[in-house]
Design a protein around this ligand. Sequence first.
Ligand code: PLP
Length: 427
Amino acid sequence: MKNKFKLALQRSRPISISLSPNVEKDDVLLALNLLIRPWKWKKGKEIKILENEFANYLGVKYAVSFNSGRSALFAILKALELPEKSNIFFQAFTCNASINPALWLKLNPIYVDCNQENFNIDIDDLKKNIQNNPEAKILIIQHTFGTPANMKEILKVAEENNLILIEDCAHALGAQYYGKMLGTFGKAGFFSFSRDKVISCVYGGMAVTNDPSLAKKLLQLQGKFRQPGTFWILQQLLHPILLYFIILPIYIFFNLGKLFLIFTQILHILSKAVSYEEKQGKMPNYFPKALPNALAISALNQFSKLDKFYIHRKKLFDYYLENLKNTDFVLPEVSREYKPSYLRFTIRHPDAHKIIYNAWHGENILLGDWYTTVIAPFDTNLDKMHYKEGSCLNAEILAETTLNLPTHINIKIEDAERIVNFLKQWK
Ligand SMILES: Cc1ncc(COP(=O)(O)O)c(C=O)c1O
């Protein structure tokens, strides 16, 4: 009887790629501890400690923290003092969170197509776009899902065309290209510690650079942006606690956990990853902001587990690779040239959307939908993002055919086995 109850409880928790994927018991205890010490929330020594540890880890001179990757990119672009309407190259097959900082500064995104092999920027299409937009000065390189972009070619193209290179490492903390850390190739790089990234403190980000004058401006902006309000910090501290103790254990049980999550988000007790305003290209009032000390403490705890997370992610990645090899799924590229972050195991299949739907409705398995539209999430207003339909055909095909499998620390091999068995039905 006791065992049956335990099993029922286990089954009411979904296998999920999102929903606080990196959070473990120690993170929850830390959040509880911080909850009762509000004097630590805004100011404290941990912000600088995190910045220093981060800079040392990457081997860069400067790391400046913000409350998100969005704020970090906003700060980098602002520090570069670009005139309004300046053109910036971004790849399509991305998230509105990477485009919005440019829009908020009244800059103009130009979309370059991606390749179908590793979801990163297509070099030939980049060259074409440079020819058509010779006045553009900035190139943002996204390392999609933590797989390094072809930096050898990109550096060459950037140098030949005097482009300032910024790396979007939101998915790529710890990843390397020919032994060099991603985030260290260009003028600047930025990272994300949001809820489903390599490490997470619900909301957080870091800008990095070796350029002293850029670093000086970033630090000035960090001071000018100030920190988000007390209630916002409380929201983020409550996130792991409510997910761990209430939402996840009853998530599937008559959908109670899911309803509770929606309810708490409507009441603003918990935050959303992306707001309605952002899907329309607008800026919510909690951007751009500096990183509060409480979230720096959470991020430091997660950062100390980076190697453990990496080993776990790689183990699951290899498991999927081995067990899906004789199926109709197109599996991710593996190369000796680089070390990915293994953030997600991304595969392709003509029925991708149907598979995601059936996994959830039939099996209580929440697979990843990065990305089911060229600029995610699916209800993002593409006009407001300045995206013209048909302009990046590879990205549009990928959006119809891509899904991702979880590799995070809370996924056990048994969970991966259930996912693989489900997927094999689609062979
Ligand atoms: C590719 C990419 N770039 C940038 C961001 C922005 O990061 P953050 O969520 O920390 O603002 C995200 C995250 O949503 C992302 O996926």
